[in-house]
Design a protein around this ligand. Structure first.
Ligand SMILES: [Ca+2]
Length: 216
């Protein structure tokens, strides 16, 4: 059996032993693929663009990542922001090593809706820097009118780095629908997304401060 197949066999066994729910297995495997990729992927230098399409937040029970309800009465009021991280993709969200939340781009703010459709595209270019790992960070809090915001969760959306990016936007295909991983590990909190990664001309490269958000 090839080395990669052995790795998958071990990881599958571990996932089953941990009793990871089927709904979360896909995200777990995405993360494990990412771990495998990070050990084998080469560094990438050049001008590339990642487009991250955030699809929807699924939170049927209206819970915070801590497991308590967002609000005593009524559904959550999610406020969503995101950041494409090329520089500190291995840092844990909320730690000093990770980007400050104030640098995240606002994505969506809704009231009284536990599971809103997002359907927004966030993009950022590498503009010549050397990268080995890309992580889309999504920060979700619950807005409260009378008190401070509660953390709903921090999600990490992992980009596979084992493939050469597409040559240009026209050739770039969207990935299949994937799930980002919630930091809390709460099983009922899910965030779905797709992405595509492609080469751009140096003159079209957007600097790191020009992250844009567009309707999908
Ligand atoms: Ca609230």
């Amino acid at each position: 059996m090839q080395r990669e197949n052995w790795i998958w066999l071990v990881l599958l066994t571990l996932a089953v032993c941990w009793r990871v729910p089927a709904a979360q297995l896909e995200g777990v495997f995405d993360r494990l693929f990412d771990l495998y990729d990070s050990s084998t992927a080469r560094e990438l230098t050049g001008h590339f663009r990642l487009e991250a399409r955030l699809l929807r937040l699924e939170n049927p029970d209206g819970l915070l990542g801590s497991g308590s309800r967002c609000d005593t009465v009524g559904p959550c009021d999610p406020v969503i922001s995101a950041y494409i991280d090329y520089e500190t993709a291995s840092a844990v969200a909320g730690t000093p090593e990770a980007p400050d939340y104030i640098t995240y781009t606002p994505v969506l703010e809704v009231r009284d809706e536990n599971s809103p459709v997002i359907n927004k595209v966030l993009s950022r270019d590498t503009c010549g820097r050397t990268i080995k790992k890309v992580l889309v960070r999504v920060h979700v809090v619950d807005h409260d009118r009378l008190s401070s915001e509660d953390l709903l969760d921090d999600f990490g959306c992992h980009v596979k780095m084992d493939q050469e990016p597409a040559g240009n936007m026209e050739l770039a295909e969207w990935s299949r629908e994937l799930y980002c991983l919630p930091k809390s590990g709460l099983q009922k909190l899910r965030l779905s997304w797709k992405y595509r990664f492609f080469r751009v001309d140096p003159e079209d490269c957007r600097t790191m401060l020009s992250a844009t958000l567009a309707q999908a």
